[in-house]
Design a protein around this ligand. Structure first.
Ligand code: HEC
Ligand code: HEC
Length: 463
């Protein structure tokens, strides 16, 4: 207990000031449900002075303005609010190029003005991502209803959560819409045959884009800086390590925490859930719905929080979900309804992202989402050949490929280190993991009981 109290004070100080020179390897940092740890695969402390932590542009931001160790290498909206109050809204994350709801007709000269200008960053941890509609798009944007003024129809403003800059080894595509792994942007699709060189090249490209965009760099980073960033971020493995209720997550036979994650085998297509005829898995091994086996040893634990986590893991691996109207699955397979589980889409063993690039629209950005999305812009889009009209809060992958079929599609992210980085989904529409489960329960009529919800939420918090 004394250790926990001391570590929590230390990590709070660390989280707030963030000016230490290095972070001991696997140092426990406090988050809302316990402690998260990052393991450096080079077995060394984490150097907090490298290019990832330096201001490489003109607005004072570094990668660590939006990718922070105590927040699963993303940012949590709660910490962003703390940062706002500590700095009166002057920390470099609060910049008008993409931190504010819109970049023009705003007043950031007063505290009140800044609170209004950065309201989506403060309430949901959202960054404005502006992307042009591709010239060859199969659709036309016929209306943009943006409550914050950024209603341009050629360059669309979306609002997205920073993805974790950790556990990158397991990525099958970079960015929510895969735009850093796409020939359309001069980057490389990640494949079994070319991995990990493709990933490394994409991450280098991403670091250049992030410096030019988020940090408003006048010059691109040097080759040495890019190398430093990519080496650093790809050395990190992050997972929850201690749960306030269940204790050490690698205790008594359990396999939680970043060390087990670091030894998790991975290749593109590992355990892919599409039928073998798609050829996504280079080996003829059948799909196994058992994605996580971290807490098998706790199923009969007399410690109830441990048993609950183990039951939650089992639900993740086995609770039947009838998958309907998911673009990227039902249309691709030609089946109106598919009986699956969480792992149908989160198929990478021990990690939970999709093991091949599989952009999907599960409805998180649809105007009829079961969660509140009233704070987002609505784009009305018309199909150039059929005349069909749809509305969405984020066209997703369609803004990269120009394909009508890709509207609203995003990747399923890595599911480790969740507890430290609320809110969830690309648009932050799930403030908590309870909201995530509520979304799935309503969207797919799963019928979770109250106990099942509690168990699966307890499990997700330990990842
Ligand atoms: C102002 C906030 C901000 C800053 C600064 C920032 N990022 Fe990000 N980062 C984001 C957001 C938002 C996304 C997701 C955007 C999307 O997918 O459209 C993201 C995505 C990423 C991803 C993709 C991870 C994945 O799962 O695909 C990586 C890697 C990353 N950032 C690394 C960096 C690096 C390296 C830097 C510094 C050079 C940096 N970021 C600076 C906000 C930021
Ligand atoms: C039909 C495919 C599919 C199924 C089934 C599915 N997911 Fe997802 N999941 C996704 C996609 C795609 C995303 C990203 C959606 C977005 O942000 O718009 C996602 C996002 C998430 C996130 C948010 C992660 C983050 O970093 O914000 C969590 C947590 C999650 N899923 C858990 C689950 C659980 C638990 C189940 C089973 C009850 C489940 N998913 C079933 C496809 C699926």
């Amino acid at each position: 207990m004394e250790f926990t109290a001391r570590a929590s004070i230390l990590s709070l100080i660390f989280a707030v000031h963030g000016n230490a020179q290095s972070l001991p390897n696997s140092f426990p940092l406090v988050d809302p449900s316990g402690f998260i740890e990052t393991y450096n695969v080079n077995d060394a402390s984490l150097d907090l002075t490298g290019a990832f932590f330096q201001s490489l542009g003109t607005n004072g931001r570094s990668c660590s303005s939006c990718h922070r160790p105590a927040e699963g290498w993303s940012v949590s909206a709660a910490e962003v609010r703390l940062r706002f109050f500590f700095t009166q809204g002057t920390d470099p994350i609060f910049r008008t190029n993409d931190g504010s709801n819109c970049d023009h007709n705003i007043d950031t000269s007063t505290l009140q003005g800044r609170m209004a200008a950065y309201s989506l960053l403060l309430s949901r941890g959202l960054i404005r991502i502006a992307l042009p509609v591709p010239a060859n798009a199969q659709f036309t944007v016929i209306n943009v209803a943006n409550p914050y003024g950024c209603g341009d129809m050629e360059t669309l403003s979306m609002y997205r959560r920073p993805l974790p800059a950790t556990n990158l080894k397991f990525l099958s595509t970079v960015m929510w819409d895969g735009r850093e792994s796409s020939p359309q942007t001069g980057t490389q699709k990640i494949t079994y045959a070319t991995n990990p060189a493709d990933l490394m090249a994409d991450l280098a490209h991403q670091a250049i884009d992030a410096t030019a965009g988020h940090a408003q760099g006048a010059n691109p980073p040097t080759a040495a800086q890019i190398q430093s960033i990519v080496n650093f971020e790809t050395s990190l493995r992050t997972a929850q390590a201690i749960d306030f209720r269940a204790g050490l997550l690698n205790n008594d036979g359990a396999l939680g925490g970043p060390m087990t994650l670091a030894s998790q085998p991975f290749y593109i297509g590992i355990n892919d859930s599409f039928p073998p005829s798609f050829g996504f898995n280079p080996f003829p091994a059948p799909f196994n719905a058992v994605i996580f086996t971290l807490y098998d040893a706790w199923l009969n634990s007399p410690i109830e929080p441990r048993a609950s986590i183990a039951r939650g893991e089992k639900l993740f691996n086995s609770k039947p979900i009838t998958i309907t109207n998911v673009a990227g699955i039902n249309d691709v397979l030609g089946v109106p309804s598919l009986s699956g589980t969480c792992g149908t889409c989160h198929d990478t063993p021990g990690v939970g992202n999709h093991s091949v690039s599989a952009p999907l629209n599960i409805g998180v950005g649809d105007v009829n989402s079961p969660l509140d999305i009233s704070y987002l812009p609505v784009f009305t889009v018309r199909n150039n050949s059929t005349g069909e009209v749809v509305q969405t809060t984020d066209p997703g992958r369609a803004l990269i490929t120009g394909l009508w079929a890709d509207i609203g599609k995003v990747k399923g992210p890595v599911l480790r280190g969740l507890a430290a980085r609320a809110p969830y989904f690309h648009n932050g529409s799930a403030q908590t993991l309870d909201d995530v489960i509520q979304f799935y329960n309503q969207r797919f009529s799963i019928g979770f009981t109250a106990q099942e919800k509690a168990d699966i939420i307890a499990f997700l918090k330990t990842l």
